[in-house]
Ligand binder design. Structure first.
Ligand code: YH5
Length: 264
């Protein structure tokens, strides 16, 4: 899954894709580089970021979602607001990627009334406060319990199991130690009974480990994606698509005895 931010204040790429023309160019590149799905986000979840009205979020997202979906590309939308969900589903988005796991009023109903896939992510607190003092009795147990509850709630609302992906939400209300424990035990989350995805690309856990700024974390990000896949992730949300594709392709060809050189 290739990340495209259409926020003016993105963490990881500094809002380089804030105009519809730039966003569309990057969206095309993301598929050229080998992504299977494009994840478009218009709300900043940067710690302390101001909340924006859903109309503004849709104004940022709409153009690129509409064009790429109409061209037949699989588009995921990183949103929590039911109004935005309804609009992008009508435009042809196929996945709702919600860092609030469909907890805002009305979000679950909108998703259930459609046939999109849903990504349910764990976050402690809200973007405004989540990194102030993250605290867990046991981060692995609390994240797993939360994700299981959200998945079961979605299934009870009519979203079938094959439409659900779970995500521990690296960096969302977690210290480096919390994130490291989640990655070390990623197989446990992947074994819960639902497909699982990981978003580690460029995040501060990697910066803490390798001591590099956000602009220089490609090697660490590619390695993190590979580690997540090795531990059972079926989707990785990444910025450096071509580099990640090469690493995962090599890993898959070596591990799949049925595959020859040209059979991917
Ligand atoms: C995720 O993990 N993350 S937005 C800080 C960075 C770099 C990147 C300090 N949306 C996830 O990508 N959706 C985001 O450097 C997500 N899983 C899912 N499902 C944060 C982000 C980032 C933050």
């Amino acid at each position: 899954m290739g990340v495209l931010n259409v926020t003016p204040d993105s963490f990881s790429d500094g809002g380089r894709f804030a105009t519809p023309t730039d966003a569309l160019k990057r969206a095309e590149q993301i598929f050229e580089e080998g992504a299977d799905v494009l994840d478009v986000g218009g709300e900043s979840t940067r710690p302390g970021a101001a909340e924006i009205p859903w109309e503004e979020e849709l104004r940022r997202l709409g153009p690129v979602v509409e064009v790429m979906a109409a061209r037949g590309f699989p588009v995921s939308v990183d949103t929590s607001r039911p109004e935005v969900m309804r609009a992008v589903i009508d435009m042809g988005a196929v996945i709702i990627n919600d860092v609030r796991a469909l907890r805002l009023p009305g979000a679950l109903d909108v998703a259930a009334a459609s046939d999109v896939g849903v990504c349910l992510m764990h976050m402690q607190g809200t973007p405004a406060t989540m990194q102030v003092a993250p605290e867990y009795r046991d981060v692995l147990v609390e994240v797993s319990d939360f994700l299981r509850e959200r998945a079961q709630t979605c299934e009870a609302a009519g979203i079938s199991r094959d439409r659900i992906v779970l995500d521990p939400g690296f960096g969302f209300g977690k210290t480096p130690d919390h994130n490291l424990r989640l990655l070390r035990h990623f197989s446990d989350i992947a074994g819960m009974g639902w497909p699982v995805m990981a978003g580690l690309s460029r995040k501060s856990l990697l910066g803490h480990i390798v001591g590099r700024p956000v602009t220089d974390r490609q090697s660490a990000s590619v390695t993190a994606a590979l580690i997540a896949v090795e531990r059972g992730a079926v989707v990785v949300r990444v910025h450096d698509i071509a580099a990640t594709r090469d690493a995962l392709l090599l890993w898959r060809v070596v591990n799949d005895k049925e595959l020859g050189f040209d059979e991917h």
